[in-house]
Ligand binder design. Structure first.
Ligand code: GLU
Length: 511
């Protein structure tokens, strides 16, 4: 069977629950859905799965859409973008689900359960690892255990109930996962999951199946953590719509901790000092902010690229891929079955490569506000972009530009005097005093002339130019970094160059 055996238009969905920031694993799920859909000329749908009102978090939905926008993964249909299958927010689809729950009850595939939370709590205390399942359901308060009359009475009295799926006994359930191949479950291992809650809201299990059907989803990539739910979904498909209608599933392997085993968590990122969220997320309850890749200074091109290769490769040595290339090259056969270890050093490498590869015009609009936030006034855009292009080789993060290029636009606030002072003497001081005098006379101000004057003066005073270059650099940029020093002097101009030399000389002392 091929990935797209039927001739239906490919339709994939990302179906997040708005419960907080988006972990990089979540963005990778979006990305693989997106790449697959676009590779096949299909549609990418975002559906907000907000049926669990107790887990609803203010701002989380907006955060998801902002993240998708930052990554350039634009949905074809969503609550924000609209579409022919609206509404795309499950809380707005509440009336749709009940009829399917009823259909299942009428067919004997689901049942009413009247047990109160206190009663279930008591059971959990009494029976270790209590589950509502084939064994326990016979002695609990539900429409399978009670008489027809008792059930009718409870319903007539408006007794609160949930609807549970009736898991058949000892049946083999299977499906072909696009990544893992044949997957099998025994129904006796699965409990009778709730489908409809007492407040009339569907649970995830019912809503996901109904909506995937109604929205004509053909393929669904989701995290491996959803695999245990698959038997419930397969059964619901079988009971409600027919297995031939079921989307093809692909359960993506986990993104693993860099050290040790197990899924990479936000806590690992905090512990090891790297972001795990796409963008900064502030928890509205605690006000605690978790740093994101975006604010840490990653380019979206790099973020997308590093996520794509976490569990996929194109079979060649190529490492840098644009989104367009990923769309062209993506194939599900090349998604790995095993988990992919997250390597932050490699992630940084991708960012550095993308900063180097792209022309600075591609990100000058992101970088400019970082300078402005530090109170650094910028020149016109052409000059600004030219500077960024000059220093980009030295930047791992976009934020590095402020340090690597700030001195072009502003006198350094901090100068590493300690790096000059130990070797500072009368001869060097005299050299720089004379240099100021000579530079003051220059009518032509370009790097060749400045270098020539500097070197001739050094020779005439019998000092090695090499010994003077480092102090000169520190005077102009504040530290031992930056591109060619005469280029910098040429850029900042005559008055500013002289001012910076003077200012530093005044702070140095001669032993
Ligand atoms: N609402 C689920 C989530 O929060 C979706 C899982 C799925 O894709 O089926 O991830």
């Amino acid at each position: 069977m091929t990935e797209t055996a039927s001739n239906k238009k490919v339709r994939v969905r990302f179906a997040p629950s708005p419960t907080g920031g988006l972990h990089l694993g979540g963005v990778r799920t979006v990305l693989f859905n997106y790449l697959f859909a676009k590779h096949h000329g299909g549609d990418f749908i975002v559906r907000i799965e907000d049926t669990d009102q107790t887990r609803f978090v203010e701002g989380a939905e907006a955060y998801i859409f902002n993240t998708l926008e930052w990554c350039g993964l634009v949905p074809d249909e969503s609550p924000l973008h609209g579409g022919p299958f609206a509404p795309y927010r499950q809380s707005e689809r509440k009336p749709i689900y009940r009829q399917y729950a009823q259909q299942l009850i009428d067919a004997g595939k689901a049942y009413y359960a009247f047990d109160t939370s206190e009663e279930l709590e008591a059971k959990r205390k009494e029976i270790p690892n209590f589950q509502y399942n084939q064994t326990t359901r016979t002695v609990l308060k539900n429409s399978l255990a009670l008489s027809k009359e008792a059930v009718a009475e409870l319903l007539a009295a408006n007794t609160p109930y949930v609807v549970r799926i009736c898991m058949p006994e000892n049946e083999d359930l299977g499906f072909t996962d696009l990544i893992r191949g044949e997957v099998h479950f025994n129904t006796s291992q699965v409990d009778d999951k709730v489908l409809l809650k007492a407040d009339g809201m569907p649970t995830y299990h019912l809503a996901v199946v109904v909506d995937d059907y109604l929205m004509q989803i053909t393929h669904a990539f989701r995290g491996e953590e959803w695999l245990p739910s698959a038997p419930v979904h397969v059964l619901l498909w079988q009971y409600l719509f027919g297995l031939d209608q079921m989307p093809q599933w692909a359960h993506l392997p986990l993104i693993l901790k860099p050290d040790g085993n197990g899924k990479l968590s936000k806590r690992d990122g905090d512990r090891l000092g790297f972001p795990t969220f796409a963008m900064d997320w502030t928890d509205p309850k605690t006000n605690e902010t978790t740093i994101g890749f975006k604010e840490r200074g990653f380019l979206p091109q790099a973020f997308i690229n590093l996520l794509a290769v976490l569990g996929w490769n194109d079979g060649t040595d190529q490492e840098l891929f644009t989104l367009q290339e990923l769309i062209e090259k993506f194939s599900i056969e090349r998604v790995h079955k095993g988990g992919a270890k997250f390597d932050y050093e490699k992630a940084k490498w991708y960012n550095q490569e993308w900063i180097k590869t792209l022309p600075a015009t591609a990100y000058s609009h992101i970088v400019a506000p970082l300078f402005e936030a530090k109170g650094i006034a910028l020149p016109d855009n052409d000059q600004f972009v030219a500077v960024l292009d000059t220093v980009k080789e030295r930047c791992v993060f976009l934020n590095d530009f402020v340090l690597q290029a700030g001195f072009y636009f502003q006198t350094p606030a901090v100068v590493d005097l300690a790096a000059i002072q130990p070797k500072w003497d009368v001869k060097k001081q005299q050299f720089f005093v004379d240099l100021i005098a000579q530079y003051q006379l220059q009518t032509e101000w370009n790097s060749q002339v400045l270098e020539q004057v500097f070197k001739e003066l050094a020779t005439s005073q019998q000092i090695k130019a090499g010994e003077l270059m480092l102090p000169f650099r520190i005077m102009l940029v504040g530290g031992k970094f930056g591109p060619a020093v005469f280029d910098i002097a040429a850029f900042i101009g005559q008055a500013e160059t002289l001012h910076r030399i003077q200012q530093v000389i005044a702070q140095l002392t001669i032993a």
